[in-house]
Design a protein around this ligand. Structure first.
Ligand SMILES: Cc1cc2nc3c(=O)[nH]c(=O)nc-3n(C[C@H](O)[C@H](O)[C@H](O)COP(=O)(O)OP(=O)(O)OC[C@H]3O[C@@H](n4cnc5c(N)ncnc54)[C@H](O)[C@@H]3O)c2cc1C
Length: 295
């Protein structure tokens, strides 16, 4: 158990190492090898690739949420360009089945530099979506949770809560309080274990403590009558919660435990797959490798 945690922490540090990314992507053969491994988790580099994957999933009864890779944008003009891309995506999903949503990380929309502008972008993108679709906002590291939450609540307050989704990380000690604020605001919640390795005083250890928090948060959502999805590949958690709460949406990442998702879909459980696309796949892939340890 400790070996797995140490392994995960080390891989997580590598995942966020821009030096490693530069080294691997500078050597064409290494980049090709890395891409071959990463492509299990990534639709491709273009929206067309993601749209094809989303259509194929829809054909077999599975919804999706398309994300254009990117995070940690630190200049205003790049954030504005990303916002334009997302406005285009919001229009483009109208041509895709109604089960196709969008996902975004707010640091991709410049959260770190201009949080107010970022909230404006998110509100505009949500408003541009066809009725019945959502943009699901990713949860990033704990130092940004306040800013992400503020942005989501602002957008919900501007009449967009039905086109919005938040992500709540069970491994964070603060999540119970955050969840209550999202429940009060009527925002759809994607409940995850949490991908980031955080300080011990802010987080529960991965494993039993996080799993217990996950169960408690799921029950809290169900008791409040909220709309939410169980976004985990943990079959035991999925089955325990489905048995206790009745049919609920389950969300998984592209390329992770697809057989489980198929089995759930065949039983009539609503399912959705997160589909990322774009050039900046390296860090995402390393995070997934870190999580696949102990599989
Ligand atoms: C739809 C969706 C959206 C997410 N969004 C966010 C977000 O915004 N912020 C955030 O911090 N986290 C996010 N996550 C990631 C999440 O926090 C976890 O890090 C990740 O899902 C792994 O945890 P798990 O719940 O699947 O449970 P685990 O206990 O880690 O895994 C359960 C089982 O699935 C297997 N498994 C897990 N990952 C892999 C993999 N990559 N390859 C092969 N097998 C694997 C495990 O080995 C194990 O058997 C998201 C996850 C999903 C499904």
């Amino acid at each position: 158990m400790h070996a797995v945690s140490a392994d995960r922490a080390l891989l997580f540090r590598l995942a966020t190492s821009s030096q490693l990314e530069r080294i691997v992507t500078a050597v064409p053969a290494a980049q090709r090898r890395a891409w071959r491994a990463a492509s299990r988790y990534v639709a491709g580099t273009t929206f067309g690739d993601a749209a094809r994957t989303a259509r194929a999933l829809h054909e077999v009864g599975v919804g999706s949420s398309i994300d254009q890779f990117g995070e940690l944008v630190h200049d205003a003009s790049t954030a504005a360009a990303v916002a334009s891309d997302y406005l285009r995506l919001a229009a483009d999903v109208a041509a895709l089945p109604e089960t196709v949503w969008l996902s975004v990380d707010l640091t991709h929309l410049g959260l770190d530099i201009e949080p107010h502008r970022c909230a404006e972008y998110l509100t505009a993108i949500a408003a541009a979506l066809p009725v019945g679709r959502r943009i699901q906002v990713g949860a990033e590291d704990c130092s940004r949770t306040d800013a992400v939450l503020a942005c989501i609540l602002t957008t919900a307050g501007h009449g967009q809560r039905d086109r919005l989704g938040a992500t709540v990380q069970a491994n964070l000690r603060r999540s119970r309080t955050d969840l209550d604020r999202l429940i009060d605001a009527g925002v759809h919640v994607r409940l995850v274990k949490g991908a980031y390795v955080e300080a011990a005083d802010l987080s529960w250890p991965f494993g039993q403590a996080t799993d217990i928090a996950y169960v408690q948060l799921a029950h809290r959502l169900a008791d409040a009558g909220s709309q939410f999805a169980l976004a985990t590949h943990d079959g035991v958690l999925q089955e325990a919660l489905l048995a206790g709460l009745g049919p609920r949406s389950v969300e998984q990442l592209l390329g992770v435990q697809p057989a489980r998702l198929d089995a759930l879909t065949a039983r009539g459980i609503p399912t959705r797959v997160y589909i990322p696309f774009g050039d900046s796949w390296f860090r995402y892939w390393m995070r997934r490798v870190a999580e696949s340890r102990g599989a």
